[in-house]
Design a protein around this ligand. Structure first.
Ligand code: NAD
Length: 475
């Protein structure tokens, strides 16, 4: 029985590489039935602002699997990112990018590495919550949940176990972002305990990325947040020798999307010179996902053999190493001729029995992890100009409930103290000033009204809670 999948040809080089990939899958006798949908530029022009039509959504809802060519991101006003819309609407929480060195077949600075980057796909600064606070200040809200962090970390360890990998490395910046990156790191440590046979390590993201870029052979599976993962997976993909090689999977509990790492490459579109390997690798992940690992292996081995034969597209072609420079179509034909053959130098694709990346049961723990939550204060951000003065706030709120205990500018305490560093917004920290050491929402509202009445311009308010007496805010 064939598995229905949705296929989108995309923009730029998308149609040529998709044709090439589908021809290889056909010849390898992949048991798939294809439903083609339109996405990208032409659809944006038809006024569906996400670049996908209602019938396109219907197809994905039905098949639950999308093989997608890259699309050109429209520069027009009001058009939203198709990829972000797909990830959010389909709950694709995990982005998986395996990147390998194909040395000595493809020239590379590094002889040996085989890294899988697993990136959280739904949270972090990608939620798009951004505001202009004042004339000079802008802010972006970073959302990290414990359940989302646990889910992606569990996915990473599960992936490592299923693919016989030995180590999972976590990258965060929890020395600076102690709450958001802190909870990601904590989730990683607690999930790691469930997998005692897999080594777990953590690096601060900056030194971690520097190490990946200079000693990739020391890394195996890497799990990280959305933004760090976005940057890291491009560094790792580039390290393989060409951006045209890597494929990626976007996996959720119900849906999955597979695509090349690269974009629509409009500069080479329509010339039959694009490398279809990235999309082919994505299709290999898709075949494993839908339970056709045997076909995945057949195609992947034939592809490796073709690379070893020195048959290369222009992006990989090197006079000394390559034998023949071919176009997109000719490369696909060479892979088809090699179906059934195995690579001699590069390692074959090893897939353990029954391995499928479809794992619907992975969950993060959404249960409440505290008994008592207590409101103890509020951080209130004010637009600030040179004529405003702290003394007025201090005088007004020194002994009120709540009382002002500090004033910060961009996180730096400017009162108490005499720091001169000042921006056009300041944050005042108000803390309960009564025996119970707690305040109510009415106290916060009264605070806002009092500030307003005294001509202070409130641009933001955050509440400060204790969770079982532990501060839910950074101080
Ligand atoms: P790009 O990846 O399209 O191209 C970067 C460079 O790599 C170009 O020189 C291109 O010719 C080359 N290249 C890319 N894929 C190749 C292949 N398969 N074979 C040979 N050479 C290849 O990146 P870009 O130029 O920054 O972006 C072009 C468009 O693609 C933009 O509109 C961007 O928003 C979009 N984009 C889409 C996706 C996606 O749909 N998932 C991802 C990234 C970029």
């Amino acid at each position: 029985m064939s598995t229905p999948i949705t296929v989108a040809y995309g923009d730029g080089i998308g149609p040529e590489i998709m044709e090439a990939v589908l021809s290889m899958l056909r010849e390898a006798e992949a048991k798939i039935s294809i439903d083609v949908i339109e996405i990208g530029e032409r659809v944006y022009n038809k006024e569906w602002s996400y670049g996908i039509s209602p019938s396109g959504w219907e197809s994905i809802e039905r098949t639950k699997v999308l093989l997608k060519s890259p699309t050109t991101t429209s520069q027009g006003k009001g058009h939203k990112s198709l990829n972000v819309a797909l990830r959010k609407s389909l709950g694709l929480y995990a982005n998986i990018r395996p990147c390998t060195s194909y040395h000595p077949v493809i020239e590379n600075k590094f002889d040996r590495f085989d890294i899988v980057v697993i990136r959280e796909n739904e949270e972090d600064v990608y939620t798009g919550i951004e505001h202009r606070l004042t004339g000079n200040s802008y802010q972006c809200t970073k959302i990290i949940t414990r359940s989302g962090s646990e889910k992606i970390c569990r996915y990473a360890f599960n992936y490592a176990k299923r693919h016989n990998r030995k180590k999972v490395t976590c990258l965060t910046k929890d020395n600076i972002m102690k709450m958001t990156d802190g909870i990601f790191h904590t989730a990683f440590d607690s999930i790691a305990k469930e997998y005692p046979d897999i080594k777990a390590e953590h690096y601060i993201v900056d030194i971690g990325m520097a190490r990946v870029a200079t000693e990739p052979e020391n890394f195996d599976v890497i799990v990280t947040e959305n933004l760090y993962g976005d940057i890291l997976s491009d560094i790792v993909a580039q390290t393989s020798g060409s951006v045209g090689l890597a494929g990626s999977s976007n996996i959720g509990s119900e849906y999955a999307m597979f695509e090349a790492v690269h974009g629509s490459a409009p500069n080479i579109a329509g010339k039959n010179i694009a490398n279809p390997s990235g999309l082919l690798n994505a299709a290999v992940h898709m075949l494993i996902y839908i339970g056709q690992a045997d076909v995945a292996k057949l195609v992947h081995d034939a592809w490796l053999k073709t690379l070893e034969d020195g048959i290369h597209t222009a992006d990989l072609y090197k006079e000394k190493k390559s034998k023949q420079k071919v176009g997109t179509k000719e490369f696909a034909e060479a892979v088809i001729d090699n179906i059934g053959k195995k690579p001699g130098i590069l390692p074959e694709l090893i897939i353990s029995n029954g391995v499928s990346s479809k794992i619907s049961k992975i969950q993060g723990n959404c249960e409440q992890d505290y008994k008592v939550r207590k409101l103890v204060g509020s951080d209130i951000t004010l637009a600030w100009d040179k004529s405003s003065n702290f003394n007025q706030i201090v005088k007004l709120f020194e002994s009120s409930n709540p009382k002002v205990i500090a004033i910060y500018s961009k996180g730096l305490a400017i009162w108490p103290g005499d720091s001169k560093s000042l921006s056009d917004q300041v944050t005042c920290r108000f803390i309960a000033n009564n025996e119970k050491k707690t305040i109510t929402n009415i106290d916060v509202n009264n605070l806002l009204i009092k500030l307003e009445r005294n001509s202070f311009d409130v641009v933001r308010m955050d509440k400060l809670y204790l969770y079982d007496e532990k501060e839910g805010f950074f101080s």
